[in-house]
Write a protein that binds this ligand. Structure first.
Ligand code: NAD
Length: 462
């Protein structure tokens, strides 16, 4: 049964507002390829109005109602949002941290001279642009909105043009809880239009971006013109290193989950399997058996395990990766095609690719689809070298029963997140982010809150 899609406008200054140029973008159901609704498309003119609304939310009443309100006041709104929303945990967590912030204000600093006294104040950075991608649209937005509001910032959220509906519903929640007008504005729209206008806007004080490395370069370039801080959560090409001492069935399960979960459309997907050669044949055999049992269907159908890729463009991209891999001499051990039983929709079979070399595109570039490439190793050193043989550094996993080995490998992996005997679990208490081309700065945990705060020291002559 189709889920009805509410028709929404932009969310600006606490209410719904039609885009000034009245533009809209169609929503295409990736299962049926049919248009099922549309979203408003913000342009530079709307960005201007929203930035002004955010700025006045910070300065209104001398900022008393948001930027200089106590953390406890902000926590009240975050809890009210949490009570209505399905990303509850993250809002509740940052409500706690907002309250905790009050106790940290004016923390004294010990100085070597008694004639001076210093303390530190943590202040909101100001108006922040939060630009998010289409995979996990509401979750990626929440990872930014909750800490930004907890810090006392006013925000403009720019969801992806491919997945804005759930983010827009957050606007309705903000209305219901009477969040002060302008504190959160939601502007869907095209990246090069709404996104680029936000990134270069003179009154935006910080940009927090989650998306591709290619777009991140554009955002950094725009931010550099006004020396704006940026937090960048980008792509990945994560390794999962499987040693010879594992319980093979469990390791296969985590390998499948780490690469095919959400169709591989996860930045931290562990899409490069690096498996010890002594167990490789049996491991691949069981991987194939598992893959054969993955039900591919309309996600609304009971028992569905793999739905469609998000869009036709992304589908073409994934298929091109697979055919390039074949062209470069790799073997498609399993999958590689559109499933025969589905005539419509952007579906791709879970795909396992062997005979891969480290110079192949399939080893080096992020596919963002259900595609696993495989290499074998003999020594631990070789495994680590293969795992780190990438420009990316987001998530990585190690699977072994040897505790000390797991600790050693975890330390040597060049990733912002390392999973031991699992892949992908994520908690809002723990920091998340990457190294190398996967970006910098951290979201979640107290690190997420700090990224929206500016530190001021006050020193007094006594
Ligand atoms: P994308 O870079 O194409 O778009 C991301 C957002 O940026 C969208 O809202 C888009 O409209 C906007 N945008 C596009 N061009 C812009 C421009 N010139 N200026 C400003 N904004 C612009 O990425 P995507 O295809 O939506 O998402 C997939 C990518 O996101 C993958 O590379 C994935 O790995 C990455 N991702 C990373 C994380 C993480 O936490 N590290 C999480 C999810 C996704």
């Amino acid at each position: 049964m189709a889920i009805p899609i509410p028709s929404r406008q932009l969310f600006i200054n606490g209410d719904w507002a039609e885009p000034l140029l009245k533009k809209r973008i169609p929503i295409i159901n990736p299962t049926t390829e049919e248009i099922i609704g549309d979203i408003p498309a913000a342009t530079a003119e709307d960005v201007d109005v929203a930035v002004q609304a955010a700025r006045s939310a910070l300065t209104r009443n001398k900022g008393k109602d948001w930027a200089f309100a106590s953390g406890a006041v902000r926590a009240k709104y975050l809890r009210a949002i949490a009570a209505k929303d399905d990303v509850i945990g993250c809002f509740e967590y940052y409500a706690d941290l907002a309250e905790g912030l009050d106790a940290k204000q004016k923390a004294p600093i010990s100085l070597p001279m008694k004639t001076f006294k210093s303390y530190v104040i943590r202040e909101p950075i100001g108006v922040v642009a939060l630009i998010v991608p289409w995979n996990y649209p509401l979750l990626m937005a929440t990872w930014k909105v909750a800490p930004a509001l907890a810090a006392g910032c006013a925000a403009i959220l720019k969801p992806s043009e491919l997945a804005s509906v759930t983010c827009l519903e957050l606007g309705e929640v903000c209305r219901e809880v009477d969040l002060p007008a302008g504190v959160l504005n939601i502007l869907p729209g095209l990246g090069p239009e709404a996104g680029a206008s936000l990134a270069s806007h003179p009154h935006v004080d910080k940009i927090s971006f989650t998306g591709s490395t290619v777009t991140a370069v554009k955002i950094m370039t725009a931010a550099a013109q006004r020396v704006k801080p940026v937090t960048l959560e980008l792509g990945g090409k994560g390794p999962i290193v499987v040693f010879e001492d594992v319980d093979i069935d469990k390791a296969v399960e985590w390998t499948i989950f780490g690469c095919f979960y959400t169709n591989g459309q996860i930045c931290s997907a562990t899409s490069r399997l690096i498996v010890h050669e002594s167990i490789a044949a049996e491991f691949l055999d069981r991987l194939v058996k598992w893959s054969e049992n993955i039900k591919i269907s309309d996600p609304l159908e009971e028992g569905c395990k793999l739905g469609p890729i998000v869009s036709s463009g992304q589908y073409e991209k994934v298929m091109n990766f697979i055919s390039n891999a074949k062209g470069e001499g790799a073997t498609i051990l399993y999958g590689g095609n559109r499933p025969k039983h589905l005539k419509k929709g952007f579906f791709v079979e879970p795909t396992i690719i062997t005979d891969v070399t480290t110079s192949m595109q399939i080893w080096r570039e992020e596919v963002f689809g259900p595609v696993l490439c495989v290499k074998t190793f003999t020594t631990e050193e070789e495994a680590i070298e293969l795992a780190n043989d990438t420009h990316y550094g987001l998530g990585g996993a190690v699977v072994s029963k040897d505790r000390e080995r797991c600790d050693r490998v975890s330390k040597l992996l060049q990733n912002g997140a390392v999973w031991v005997n699992c892949s992908q679990p994520c908690f809002c208490q723990a920091p998340f982010g990457g190294t190398k081309w996967s970006g910098f700065g951290r979201e979640l945990g107290e690190w997420g809150l700090e990224s929206y705060l500016s530190v001021k020291q006050v020193t007094e002559y006594v």
